[in-house]
Design a binder for this molecule. Structure first.
Ligand code: GLC
Length: 440
Protein backbone atom coordinates (compact mmCIF):
# COMPACT_ATOMS: atom_id res chain seq x y z
CA UNK A 1 0.00 0.00 0.00
CA UNK A 2 1.50 3.39 -0.85
CA UNK A 3 1.75 6.16 1.69
CA UNK A 4 -1.26 8.03 0.40
CA UNK A 5 -3.53 4.98 0.64
CA UNK A 6 -2.15 4.22 4.10
CA UNK A 7 -2.91 7.75 5.25
CA UNK A 8 -6.43 7.66 3.90
CA UNK A 9 -7.12 4.22 5.36
CA UNK A 10 -5.89 5.44 8.75
CA UNK A 11 -8.15 8.47 8.50
CA UNK A 12 -11.09 6.25 7.64
CA UNK A 13 -10.48 4.01 10.65
CA UNK A 14 -10.45 7.00 13.00
CA UNK A 15 -13.73 8.21 11.47
CA UNK A 16 -15.35 4.80 11.79
CA UNK A 17 -14.40 4.52 15.46
CA UNK A 18 -15.41 8.10 16.24
CA UNK A 19 -18.07 8.20 18.96
CA UNK A 20 -18.63 11.95 18.49
CA UNK A 21 -16.81 13.19 21.59
CA UNK A 22 -14.23 10.43 21.82
CA UNK A 23 -12.87 7.53 19.80
CA UNK A 24 -13.19 3.87 20.66
CA UNK A 25 -10.03 1.79 20.25
CA UNK A 26 -11.68 -0.77 17.96
CA UNK A 27 -15.17 -1.42 16.57
CA UNK A 28 -16.15 -4.46 18.66
CA UNK A 29 -13.37 -5.68 20.94
CA UNK A 30 -12.99 -2.28 22.64
CA UNK A 31 -16.23 -0.28 22.40
CA UNK A 32 -15.58 2.33 25.15
CA UNK A 33 -13.06 5.12 25.70
CA UNK A 34 -9.63 4.16 27.06
CA UNK A 35 -7.17 6.55 28.64
CA UNK A 36 -3.87 6.07 26.84
CA UNK A 37 -5.65 5.11 23.61
CA UNK A 38 -7.33 8.51 23.52
CA UNK A 39 -3.98 10.21 24.08
CA UNK A 40 -2.39 8.46 21.11
CA UNK A 41 -5.52 9.03 19.07
CA UNK A 42 -5.39 12.78 19.71
CA UNK A 43 -1.76 12.81 18.52
CA UNK A 44 -2.99 11.51 15.15
CA UNK A 45 -6.13 13.62 15.09
CA UNK A 46 -4.15 16.85 15.48
CA UNK A 47 -3.06 16.47 11.86
CA UNK A 48 -6.64 16.08 10.67
CA UNK A 49 -8.58 18.38 12.95
CA UNK A 50 -6.86 20.01 15.96
CA UNK A 51 -10.19 21.03 17.50
CA UNK A 52 -11.40 17.43 17.42
CA UNK A 53 -8.05 16.39 18.90
CA UNK A 54 -8.72 18.80 21.78
CA UNK A 55 -12.15 17.33 22.36
CA UNK A 56 -10.65 13.84 22.56
CA UNK A 57 -8.67 15.08 25.56
CA UNK A 58 -11.55 17.00 27.12
CA UNK A 59 -13.70 13.91 26.86
CA UNK A 60 -11.11 11.97 28.83
CA UNK A 61 -11.16 14.57 31.56
CA UNK A 62 -14.93 14.19 31.97
CA UNK A 63 -14.14 10.93 33.70
CA UNK A 64 -11.90 12.45 36.35
CA UNK A 65 -12.81 11.54 39.92
CA UNK A 66 -13.06 14.11 42.69
CA UNK A 67 -9.81 12.76 44.19
CA UNK A 68 -8.02 13.49 40.90
CA UNK A 69 -7.82 10.01 39.43
CA UNK A 70 -8.33 9.74 35.69
CA UNK A 71 -9.87 6.33 35.04
CA UNK A 72 -8.60 3.91 32.45
CA UNK A 73 -11.98 3.57 30.77
CA UNK A 74 -15.12 5.64 30.42
CA UNK A 75 -18.07 3.47 29.54
CA UNK A 76 -20.18 4.17 26.52
CA UNK A 77 -23.87 3.74 27.35
CA UNK A 78 -25.30 0.55 25.85
CA UNK A 79 -22.11 -0.91 24.32
CA UNK A 80 -21.77 -4.60 25.10
CA UNK A 81 -18.52 -5.44 26.88
CA UNK A 82 -17.35 -8.30 29.07
CA UNK A 83 -15.84 -6.06 31.76
CA UNK A 84 -18.56 -3.44 31.59
CA UNK A 85 -19.88 -0.86 34.04
CA UNK A 86 -22.11 -3.38 35.83
CA UNK A 87 -19.01 -5.21 36.97
CA UNK A 88 -17.06 -2.17 38.08
CA UNK A 89 -19.93 -0.30 39.78
CA UNK A 90 -18.05 2.98 39.98
CA UNK A 91 -21.31 4.53 41.18
CA UNK A 92 -20.83 2.74 44.51
CA UNK A 93 -17.39 4.20 45.07
CA UNK A 94 -17.15 7.64 46.66
CA UNK A 95 -15.62 10.30 44.40
CA UNK A 96 -16.65 8.78 41.06
CA UNK A 97 -18.36 11.07 38.52
CA UNK A 98 -22.14 11.32 38.97
CA UNK A 99 -23.24 11.29 35.36
CA UNK A 100 -21.12 8.55 33.84
CA UNK A 101 -19.67 5.15 34.58
CA UNK A 102 -15.95 4.57 34.61
CA UNK A 103 -13.45 1.99 35.69
CA UNK A 104 -11.89 2.61 39.08
CA UNK A 105 -8.19 2.45 38.26
CA UNK A 106 -5.91 4.31 35.91
CA UNK A 107 -3.62 3.71 32.92
CA UNK A 108 -0.24 5.11 31.76
CA UNK A 109 -0.16 8.91 32.07
CA UNK A 110 0.31 10.06 28.49
CA UNK A 111 -2.10 12.98 28.74
CA UNK A 112 0.52 15.69 29.19
CA UNK A 113 2.26 14.42 26.06
CA UNK A 114 -1.01 14.48 24.15
CA UNK A 115 -1.80 18.00 25.38
CA UNK A 116 1.58 19.33 24.25
CA UNK A 117 1.40 17.58 20.89
CA UNK A 118 -2.07 18.93 20.20
CA UNK A 119 -0.95 22.34 21.47
CA UNK A 120 1.68 22.44 18.71
CA UNK A 121 -1.13 22.58 16.17
CA UNK A 122 -3.00 25.48 17.78
CA UNK A 123 -2.40 29.20 17.53
CA UNK A 124 -0.52 30.62 20.52
CA UNK A 125 -3.72 32.12 21.88
CA UNK A 126 -5.76 28.97 21.48
CA UNK A 127 -2.93 26.87 22.91
CA UNK A 128 -2.66 28.97 26.03
CA UNK A 129 -6.40 28.87 26.56
CA UNK A 130 -6.31 25.08 26.09
CA UNK A 131 -3.41 24.70 28.50
CA UNK A 132 -5.16 26.84 31.10
CA UNK A 133 -8.28 24.69 30.77
CA UNK A 134 -6.54 21.34 31.21
CA UNK A 135 -3.73 22.18 33.63
CA UNK A 136 -5.75 22.04 36.89
CA UNK A 137 -7.06 18.57 35.98
CA UNK A 138 -3.57 17.35 35.13
CA UNK A 139 -2.16 18.71 38.38
CA UNK A 140 -4.90 16.94 40.32
CA UNK A 141 -4.15 13.74 38.48
CA UNK A 142 -0.42 13.81 39.16
CA UNK A 143 -1.07 14.75 42.80
CA UNK A 144 -3.40 11.77 43.10
CA UNK A 145 -0.77 9.45 41.62
CA UNK A 146 1.80 10.47 44.22
CA UNK A 147 -0.64 10.67 47.13
CA UNK A 148 -2.46 7.42 46.53
CA UNK A 149 0.17 5.29 44.84
CA UNK A 150 3.33 6.37 46.56
CA UNK A 151 2.34 6.76 50.19
CA UNK A 152 5.88 5.99 51.35
CA UNK A 153 7.37 8.71 49.14
CA UNK A 154 9.65 6.33 47.29
CA UNK A 155 9.40 8.47 44.15
CA UNK A 156 7.84 5.64 42.12
CA UNK A 157 4.19 4.95 41.48
CA UNK A 158 2.80 1.47 42.25
CA UNK A 159 0.03 -0.22 40.28
CA UNK A 160 -2.64 -2.43 41.80
CA UNK A 161 -3.77 -4.29 38.69
CA UNK A 162 -2.08 -5.34 35.43
CA UNK A 163 -4.73 -3.42 33.45
CA UNK A 164 -3.26 -0.21 34.83
CA UNK A 165 0.03 -0.91 33.08
CA UNK A 166 -1.60 -0.95 29.63
CA UNK A 167 0.46 -4.08 28.88
CA UNK A 168 -1.42 -6.50 31.09
CA UNK A 169 0.17 -9.83 30.21
CA UNK A 170 3.73 -8.66 29.70
CA UNK A 171 6.09 -11.25 31.26
CA UNK A 172 6.71 -9.49 34.57
CA UNK A 173 2.99 -9.28 35.23
CA UNK A 174 2.37 -12.82 33.91
CA UNK A 175 5.10 -14.08 36.21
CA UNK A 176 3.31 -12.63 39.23
CA UNK A 177 -0.09 -13.73 37.96
CA UNK A 178 0.89 -17.39 37.81
CA UNK A 179 1.21 -17.52 41.58
CA UNK A 180 -2.07 -15.85 42.34
CA UNK A 181 -4.23 -17.53 39.69
CA UNK A 182 -7.60 -18.89 40.86
CA UNK A 183 -7.33 -22.45 42.20
CA UNK A 184 -9.51 -23.86 39.40
CA UNK A 185 -7.18 -22.39 36.76
CA UNK A 186 -4.06 -23.58 38.59
CA UNK A 187 -5.41 -27.12 38.74
CA UNK A 188 -6.36 -27.18 35.07
CA UNK A 189 -2.94 -25.78 34.22
CA UNK A 190 -1.21 -28.64 36.03
CA UNK A 191 -3.05 -31.07 33.76
CA UNK A 192 -2.54 -28.87 30.69
CA UNK A 193 -6.30 -28.58 30.18
CA UNK A 194 -6.94 -24.86 30.74
CA UNK A 195 -8.39 -24.66 27.23
CA UNK A 196 -11.68 -26.10 28.50
CA UNK A 197 -12.35 -22.65 29.98
CA UNK A 198 -12.03 -20.92 26.63
CA UNK A 199 -15.63 -21.33 25.66
CA UNK A 200 -16.63 -18.82 28.36
CA UNK A 201 -14.18 -16.21 27.18
CA UNK A 202 -16.10 -13.35 25.56
CA UNK A 203 -12.96 -11.81 24.03
CA UNK A 204 -12.52 -14.88 21.83
CA UNK A 205 -15.60 -13.88 19.88
CA UNK A 206 -13.55 -11.10 18.32
CA UNK A 207 -10.04 -12.57 18.05
CA UNK A 208 -8.53 -16.06 18.00
CA UNK A 209 -7.18 -17.62 21.19
CA UNK A 210 -3.58 -17.74 19.88
CA UNK A 211 -3.33 -13.97 19.79
CA UNK A 212 -5.15 -13.14 23.03
CA UNK A 213 -3.81 -13.48 26.60
CA UNK A 214 -3.40 -17.07 27.78
CA UNK A 215 -6.32 -18.60 29.63
CA UNK A 216 -4.40 -18.46 32.91
CA UNK A 217 -3.67 -14.78 32.49
CA UNK A 218 -7.19 -13.99 31.34
CA UNK A 219 -8.94 -15.57 34.31
CA UNK A 220 -6.35 -14.26 36.73
CA UNK A 221 -6.89 -10.73 35.45
CA UNK A 222 -10.55 -11.14 36.29
CA UNK A 223 -9.95 -12.70 39.67
CA UNK A 224 -7.51 -9.94 40.59
CA UNK A 225 -10.06 -7.42 39.48
CA UNK A 226 -12.70 -8.83 41.85
CA UNK A 227 -10.17 -8.87 44.69
CA UNK A 228 -9.32 -5.23 44.08
CA UNK A 229 -13.00 -4.31 43.74
CA UNK A 230 -13.73 -5.94 47.10
CA UNK A 231 -11.28 -3.41 48.57
CA UNK A 232 -13.04 -0.54 46.86
CA UNK A 233 -9.96 -0.07 44.65
CA UNK A 234 -8.17 1.71 47.52
CA UNK A 235 -4.41 1.30 47.69
CA UNK A 236 -4.07 0.96 51.47
CA UNK A 237 -6.81 -1.68 51.59
CA UNK A 238 -5.41 -3.58 48.60
CA UNK A 239 -2.02 -3.64 50.29
CA UNK A 240 -3.52 -5.65 53.13
CA UNK A 241 -4.44 -8.51 50.76
CA UNK A 242 -1.41 -10.62 50.04
CA UNK A 243 -2.57 -12.30 46.84
CA UNK A 244 -2.90 -9.08 44.85
CA UNK A 245 0.37 -8.18 43.10
CA UNK A 246 1.45 -4.55 43.46
CA UNK A 247 4.14 -3.35 41.10
CA UNK A 248 6.31 -0.30 40.53
CA UNK A 249 5.90 -0.63 36.81
CA UNK A 250 8.82 0.43 34.65
CA UNK A 251 6.73 1.50 31.67
CA UNK A 252 4.28 3.50 33.76
CA UNK A 253 7.02 5.30 35.65
CA UNK A 254 8.97 6.06 32.46
CA UNK A 255 5.89 7.72 31.03
CA UNK A 256 5.29 9.54 34.28
CA UNK A 257 8.76 11.07 34.26
CA UNK A 258 8.17 12.53 30.82
CA UNK A 259 4.64 13.62 31.76
CA UNK A 260 6.00 15.44 34.81
CA UNK A 261 8.47 17.29 32.64
CA UNK A 262 5.77 18.26 30.16
CA UNK A 263 3.47 19.36 32.95
CA UNK A 264 6.15 21.83 33.99
CA UNK A 265 6.36 23.08 30.42
CA UNK A 266 2.60 23.54 30.15
CA UNK A 267 2.56 25.52 33.39
CA UNK A 268 5.52 27.65 32.33
CA UNK A 269 3.93 28.54 29.03
CA UNK A 270 0.94 30.05 30.76
CA UNK A 271 3.08 31.75 33.36
CA UNK A 272 2.20 29.64 36.38
CA UNK A 273 4.10 27.21 38.56
CA UNK A 274 3.16 23.77 39.84
CA UNK A 275 2.34 23.33 43.55
CA UNK A 276 5.61 23.01 45.43
CA UNK A 277 4.71 19.70 47.12
CA UNK A 278 4.04 18.22 43.70
CA UNK A 279 7.32 19.57 42.40
CA UNK A 280 9.13 17.93 45.33
CA UNK A 281 7.50 14.58 44.59
CA UNK A 282 8.22 14.88 40.88
CA UNK A 283 11.87 15.70 41.44
CA UNK A 284 12.43 12.39 43.22
CA UNK A 285 11.14 10.13 40.46
CA UNK A 286 14.10 10.17 38.03
CA UNK A 287 16.47 9.28 40.92
CA UNK A 288 14.22 6.53 42.20
CA UNK A 289 13.87 5.28 38.65
CA UNK A 290 17.61 4.53 38.55
CA UNK A 291 17.12 1.97 41.32
CA UNK A 292 15.26 -0.13 38.72
CA UNK A 293 18.49 -0.56 36.76
CA UNK A 294 20.48 -3.73 37.03
CA UNK A 295 22.59 -5.78 34.57
CA UNK A 296 22.08 -3.37 31.70
CA UNK A 297 18.26 -3.26 31.93
CA UNK A 298 15.52 -1.33 33.68
CA UNK A 299 13.06 -3.66 35.42
CA UNK A 300 9.77 -3.37 37.25
CA UNK A 301 9.81 -3.90 40.99
CA UNK A 302 7.54 -6.05 43.10
CA UNK A 303 6.40 -3.43 45.61
CA UNK A 304 5.54 -6.02 48.25
CA UNK A 305 8.92 -7.77 48.30
CA UNK A 306 11.06 -4.94 46.99
CA UNK A 307 12.59 -7.30 44.41
CA UNK A 308 13.18 -6.45 40.78
CA UNK A 309 11.22 -8.73 38.46
CA UNK A 310 13.83 -9.71 35.93
CA UNK A 311 11.62 -10.88 33.10
CA UNK A 312 12.72 -8.89 30.04
CA UNK A 313 10.28 -7.01 27.85
CA UNK A 314 10.15 -3.86 25.76
CA UNK A 315 8.78 -2.04 28.83
CA UNK A 316 12.38 -1.65 30.04
CA UNK A 317 13.30 0.08 26.78
CA UNK A 318 10.80 2.81 27.56
CA UNK A 319 13.45 4.23 29.88
CA UNK A 320 14.68 5.84 26.65
CA UNK A 321 11.54 7.92 26.61
CA UNK A 322 12.13 9.45 30.05
CA UNK A 323 14.84 11.83 28.85
CA UNK A 324 16.40 11.65 32.32
CA UNK A 325 18.57 8.52 32.15
CA UNK A 326 22.23 9.09 31.30
CA UNK A 327 23.47 9.13 27.71
CA UNK A 328 25.57 6.03 28.45
CA UNK A 329 22.59 4.05 29.60
CA UNK A 330 20.53 5.33 26.68
CA UNK A 331 23.24 4.10 24.32
CA UNK A 332 23.10 0.66 25.94
CA UNK A 333 19.33 0.57 25.43
CA UNK A 334 19.59 1.82 21.85
CA UNK A 335 21.84 -1.18 21.14
CA UNK A 336 19.24 -3.47 22.67
CA UNK A 337 16.52 -1.97 20.47
CA UNK A 338 18.46 -2.95 17.35
CA UNK A 339 19.56 -6.36 18.65
CA UNK A 340 18.26 -9.52 16.95
CA UNK A 341 16.27 -10.29 20.06
CA UNK A 342 14.20 -7.11 20.00
CA UNK A 343 14.38 -6.53 16.27
CA UNK A 344 14.44 -9.99 14.65
CA UNK A 345 12.91 -8.90 11.32
CA UNK A 346 10.55 -6.20 12.54
CA UNK A 347 11.16 -4.06 15.61
CA UNK A 348 10.42 -3.60 18.39
CA UNK A 349 9.29 -6.97 19.75
CA UNK A 350 7.30 -6.43 22.96
CA UNK A 351 9.21 -9.40 24.41
CA UNK A 352 12.68 -10.44 23.21
CA UNK A 353 12.81 -13.62 21.16
CA UNK A 354 15.15 -15.26 23.72
CA UNK A 355 12.53 -15.05 26.48
CA UNK A 356 10.64 -18.24 27.44
CA UNK A 357 7.49 -16.09 27.23
CA UNK A 358 8.13 -15.05 23.64
CA UNK A 359 5.21 -15.70 21.34
CA UNK A 360 5.27 -13.61 18.15
CA UNK A 361 1.51 -13.12 17.82
CA UNK A 362 0.23 -13.22 21.39
CA UNK A 363 -0.90 -9.86 22.79
CA UNK A 364 1.91 -8.33 24.94
CA UNK A 365 4.13 -11.41 24.77
CA UNK A 366 6.06 -10.70 21.61
CA UNK A 367 4.25 -8.71 18.91
CA UNK A 368 5.26 -5.27 17.74
CA UNK A 369 2.91 -2.56 19.03
CA UNK A 370 2.75 0.76 17.23
CA UNK A 371 2.43 2.87 20.38
CA UNK A 372 5.57 1.38 21.91
CA UNK A 373 7.43 2.02 18.67
CA UNK A 374 6.23 5.61 18.65
CA UNK A 375 7.40 6.19 22.23
CA UNK A 376 10.72 4.39 21.73
CA UNK A 377 11.42 6.31 18.52
CA UNK A 378 10.66 9.57 20.30
CA UNK A 379 13.09 8.67 23.09
CA UNK A 380 15.80 7.51 20.68
CA UNK A 381 15.56 10.77 18.83
CA UNK A 382 15.97 12.83 21.98
CA UNK A 383 19.11 10.88 22.84
CA UNK A 384 20.63 11.59 19.42
CA UNK A 385 19.82 8.21 17.86
CA UNK A 386 17.90 9.78 14.99
CA UNK A 387 18.92 7.17 12.47
CA UNK A 388 17.48 4.28 14.50
CA UNK A 389 14.37 6.31 15.26
CA UNK A 390 13.86 7.04 11.60
CA UNK A 391 14.46 3.42 10.55
CA UNK A 392 11.99 2.29 13.18
CA UNK A 393 9.27 4.68 11.98
CA UNK A 394 9.80 3.84 8.31
CA UNK A 395 9.83 0.12 8.94
CA UNK A 396 6.70 0.42 11.07
CA UNK A 397 4.90 2.18 8.24
CA UNK A 398 6.04 -0.41 5.70
CA UNK A 399 4.89 -3.22 7.99
CA UNK A 400 1.43 -1.74 8.56
CA UNK A 401 1.15 -1.00 4.83
CA UNK A 402 1.81 -4.63 3.97
CA UNK A 403 -0.89 -5.82 6.35
CA UNK A 404 -3.55 -3.81 4.46
CA UNK A 405 -5.34 -2.68 7.59
CA UNK A 406 -4.79 -0.97 10.91
CA UNK A 407 -4.17 -3.96 13.15
CA UNK A 408 -3.65 -4.06 16.87
CA UNK A 409 -0.20 -5.66 16.66
CA UNK A 410 2.22 -7.42 14.30
CA UNK A 411 4.59 -10.38 14.42
CA UNK A 412 8.21 -9.26 14.79
CA UNK A 413 9.25 -12.38 12.83
CA UNK A 414 7.33 -11.80 9.61
CA UNK A 415 5.33 -8.59 10.12
CA UNK A 416 2.00 -10.41 9.83
CA UNK A 417 -0.93 -8.62 11.48
CA UNK A 418 -2.69 -9.96 14.58
CA UNK A 419 -5.35 -8.96 17.10
CA UNK A 420 -8.29 -6.81 16.15
CA UNK A 421 -8.51 -4.90 12.87
CA UNK A 422 -9.38 -1.19 12.62
CA UNK A 423 -7.39 -0.35 15.73
CA UNK A 424 -7.44 3.36 16.42
CA UNK A 425 -4.02 4.05 17.93
CA UNK A 426 -2.33 2.19 15.06
CA UNK A 427 -4.23 4.47 12.65
CA UNK A 428 -3.48 7.65 14.61
CA UNK A 429 0.21 6.95 15.04
CA UNK A 430 0.58 5.87 11.41
CA UNK A 431 -0.68 9.33 10.47
CA UNK A 432 1.75 10.95 12.89
CA UNK A 433 4.67 8.83 11.68
CA UNK A 434 3.93 9.62 8.04
CA UNK A 435 3.91 13.31 8.88
CA UNK A 436 7.12 13.11 10.90
CA UNK A 437 9.08 10.98 8.42
CA UNK A 438 8.07 13.40 5.65
CA UNK A 439 9.32 16.37 7.58
CA UNK A 440 12.82 14.93 8.18
C1 GLC B 1 -5.93 -3.73 25.73
C2 GLC B 1 -4.53 -3.16 25.84
C3 GLC B 1 -4.56 -1.78 26.46
C4 GLC B 1 -5.50 -0.89 25.67
C5 GLC B 1 -6.89 -1.53 25.52
C6 GLC B 1 -7.77 -0.78 24.55
O1 GLC B 1 -6.46 -3.97 26.98
O2 GLC B 1 -3.71 -3.99 26.58
O3 GLC B 1 -3.29 -1.20 26.49
O4 GLC B 1 -5.62 0.35 26.27
O5 GLC B 1 -6.77 -2.84 25.03
O6 GLC B 1 -7.15 -0.65 23.31
Amino acid sequence: MNEESLYSLATKVLKTNDLGHSTKPAPRLYPHQWLWDSCFISIGLRHLDPQRAKSEIFSLLRGQWSNGMIPHEIFEEGAAYHAGSDRWRSDLVPGSPKDLHTTCMTQPPVIAEAVVRVGEFLTAKDRQAFYAQVLPALINYHEWLYRERDPQHTGLIALIHPWESGIEDTPYWSYLMHDVAPLRVKTLRIFGTEAVLDRWRPDLRHASREVRPSTTDFYTLYRLFTRVRAKQYAFDRVMRVRNIPVVQDVLFNSLLIRANHLLGRIAAEIGTTLPSALQDAMRKTPYAFETLYEDGHYWSRNYRTNELIMAPSAAGLLALYTGTISQDRADVLAKQVTSDEFWPAYGVASVPTSSPYFNPRRFWQGPVWINLNWLIADGLQRYGHEKIADDLRRQTLAMVGRGKGMYEYYSPLDGSPAGTHSFSWTAALVIDMIESTNST
